[in-house]
Design a protein. Structure first.
Length: 573
């Protein structure tokens, strides 16, 4: 009989350069070094190049303080780590302004090291900044150690309920650095090393405790509208894209079960994608807030729609919302198109108390100036997250109170939040809060000043989560998990596997691994989910396991094709 144990000990020496090759540059985690795995959908950069030595280069551009950068997964298999297990991160990179694309009066380049929690959709879709750090010259090399604060895990948990981290981002910091919009910085990332704490536990697989039956779904819509910045006779008509969240248990055929409506807006230069709601991956941070809150019974069930709040032809398909006239004309689109469309396509309750409107920055200003001041007959629940106000609080209240059509109409819920380090809008925030608290029209008012918060998403995500706990209390009902049916020959593979970005296997897939997410197979060297067709189980041979990812055949015998994985023989399925 072929002696596998003896052969393996010798054979590993011969294949070490194949199986254990370490890249010159890359990401080191728990003494394991891998090539960088780019989180492309979550990045905002151009000229991205994966170099042969393992380093990664890109160009980031200044954008009014929201400079771009590149996002990465912490593991090549896109699994999470527990940030509580780590104390610091070592960085090594080169940088240089792009010739002719740098304001000569700008300070030396600056960076932000940004952590992306498990529910992040990228560097602007759910993040927590760890540290800002400056360079000492306009171009050069930088070696820097980012210290992870002792309470950072609690900060992640406060934001995302779990300390599981999906990735990180290296962001060009152009906030108040003298850069002009469009300034470009080339960056080459060489090494990143996550340093575990002494005696740190092993990282645990992410699990939010919910079943598929407790999760809502996200669908896309394209609703008819027109350009409201011109006369109707000259208006261009078009369809606009939006994202809709449907709560767990929503049944389009059940017309007797209806839900409130929540319209969520973005800020200047942004669009319907800004909040990160998506039908990809885990659906984004706010989907997690809604799923968990509704499942626990702490949040009332509702239908949410994210739209582009620019009511002009300049909105662009999925484009940037930077047309001020379009922002100001949004009343027509909200009243005449969005709300009627949502009521016609989804099971939505009637009445103004069953509608909420909220937005960040410019969208927060729209919530007040359009929602309260022009649509109070349609909506009674409002929230402004770092809202950009264009009039004083007392003047704003007078304008609303002087409208006869609004006599007797109450604001059922009003919420406001802002970071105390927000140089754009915080100066007007305390005065507005005092004025809104004393307004007899407001029945229930809450506010929150975010300590150290700037004009950015950590403030806005907390605001969103606070607000959904205020509204629609009559819709609160704990959602109990339902037993999930086992896949059949005609069924599909587990939705949990699909949600992680893996495909279903083809028919006759070989089951090589089973966990809480479902049954896994391997095809073309990649994980896939069994269940979409006929299956067969891999049992290994001679006491050796089946290979999980290895596909290179080192020899074959009567048992099949053999490879090496984790320094051990395995049988290729």
């Amino acid at each position: 009989m072929f002696n596998l144990s003896f052969t393996l000990s010798i054979f590993l020496l011969a294949v070490s350069f194949v199986t254990c090759a370490t890249p010159q540059y890359g990401l080191t985690l728990r003494n394991n070094k891998e090539k960088f795995t780019i989180f492309r959908d979550g990045s905002v950069a151009t000229n991205i190049v994966e170099n042969s030595d393992g380093s990664v280069s890109w160009v980031a551009s200044a954008a009014g303080g929201a400079g771009g950068g590149l996002a990465f997964y912490v593991k090549s298999n896109k699994e999470e780590i527990n940030i509580a297990n780590y104390e610091s991160v070592d960085l090594e990179l080169d940088y240089s302004p792009v010739n002719g694309k740098w304001n000569g009066q700008a300070q030396n380049p600056s960076f932000v090291f940004r952590i992306l929690p498990w529910d992040s959709t990228g560097m602007f879709g759910g993040f927590e900044d760890v540290e800002y750090f400056n360079t000492r010259s306009k171009s050069g090399s930088l070696t820097y150690t980012v210290k992870i604060p002792s309470n950072f895990s609690k900060q992640i948990i406060a934001s995302s309920d779990f300390d599981s981290v999906l990735g990180f981002a290296i962001k060009f910091n152009d906030y108040q650095r003298g850069n002009s919009d469009g300034d470009q910085l080339k960056v080459t990332l060489k090494n990143v090393k996550f340093n575990a704490k002494s005696g740190a536990a092993e990282d645990k697989p992410f699990d939010d405790g919910l079943t598929d039956s407790q999760r809502g779904t996200v669908v896309e819509i394209n609703y008819p509208t027109r350009d409201y910045t011109v006369d109707q006779s000259r208006a261009q008509k078009y369809n606009k894209h939006g994202w809709v969240y449907l709560p767990a248990g929503y049944d389009a055929d059940d017309k007797n079960t209806q839900y409130p409506l929540f319209v969520l807006l973005h800020g200047f230069g942004q669009n319907e994608n800004t909040w990160g709601l998506s039908n990809k991956g885990r659906g984004g941070k706010i989907k997690g807030f809604m799923d968990r809150g509704m499942a626990s019974g702490d949040v009332g069930r509702f239908i949410l729609v994210c739209v582009t709040g620019v009511a002009s032809r300049n909105w662009g398909p999925n484009g940037a919302g930077n047309d001020v006239n379009g922002f100001n004309a949004f009343k027509g689109e909200l009243r005449d198109d969005i709300i009627p469309y949502m009521r016609s396509k989804f099971n939505i309750k009637s009445g103004r108390d069953n509608v909420a409107l909220a937005g960040l920055s410019m969208g927060g200003g729209q919530t007040f100036n359009i929602g309260i001041a022009e649509c109070l007959d349609l909506i009674s629940n409002f929230a402004g997250f770092s809202g950009a106000m264009f009039s004083g609080a007392d003047e704003f209240k007078r304008n609303v109170d002087n409208k006869r059509e609004f006599n007797g109409l109450k604001i059922h819920n009003l919420y406001m939040t802002c970071g105390d380090k927000d140089d754009l809008v915080y100066s007007s925030f305390p005065g507005y809060v005092r004025s809104m608290k004393s307004w007899s029209r407001v029945e229930n008012f809450k506010d929150y000043t975010y300590p150290g918060g700037t004009h950015d998403f950590p403030v806005w995500y907390k605001g969103f989560n606070d607000f959904i706990h205020m509204i629609f209390p009559e819709m609160r009902e704990k959602i109990e998990p339902k037993e999930q049916p086992q896949p059949t020959l005609e069924g599909t593979c587990s939705s949990k596997i699909l949600a992680q970005g893996y495909p279903c296997c083809s028919d006759n897939c070989t089951v090589v691994y089973t966990d809480d997410d479902g049954t896994w197979g391997v095809e073309n060297g990649q994980w896939c989910g069994c269940g979409g067709g006929k299956q067969k189980t891999c049992t290994g041979a001679q006491g050796y396991p089946c290979c999980k990812t290895a596909t290179q055949v080192y020899f074959s015998d009567n048992d099949g094709d053999w490879s090496v994985e984790n320094n051990n023989w395995c049988l290729i399925p």
